[in-house]
Ligand binder design. Sequence first.
Ligand code: ROI
Length: 161
Amino acid sequence: MITAYIGLGSNLSDPVMQIHQAITAVQDIDDSNVTCVSSIYFSRPMGPQDQPDYINAVLAMETNLSALALLDSLQAIENKAGRVRKDNRWGARILDLDILLFGNEVINSQRLIVPHYGLKQREFVLLPLAEIAHDLILPDGDKVLSLSQNIDKNGLNVYSN
Ligand code: ROI
């Protein structure tokens, strides 16, 4: 089994519900077990500001799937949520499920780059990740906890209603 960390994000179509549904859907992926889910966070958009605020979370799972099979399963969940893949790389989205880390593996294939390229620059990834994996060390030796302590929180907060 490999421990993978997945980043979840949404800023359209009831984002809190999207994230809860996505967590349930990830729990149903074959040959895998979700072991930990972070708090649900509220975050300001990174990229164009003319889009709604985001809801973000991170989960840990153990899996026997390959990284690409896991990516297929995650993309199927995104598609089922109604995500349309168009030319909006930095725009609003119903659901984004990113493989942040896949064990200690470094993957640079056409479909998948792991660790996720934005991991170290994104407060909405680093803080939830540090919440559930205090002692995590990235493949390059950087500590998630120190990265999370040194990044600007940019309004990131645990979501409550
Ligand atoms: N900004 C925030 N706050 N959260 C996200 O999940 C997110 N995802 C994205 C971009 C557009 C980069 N901005 C984001 O893909």
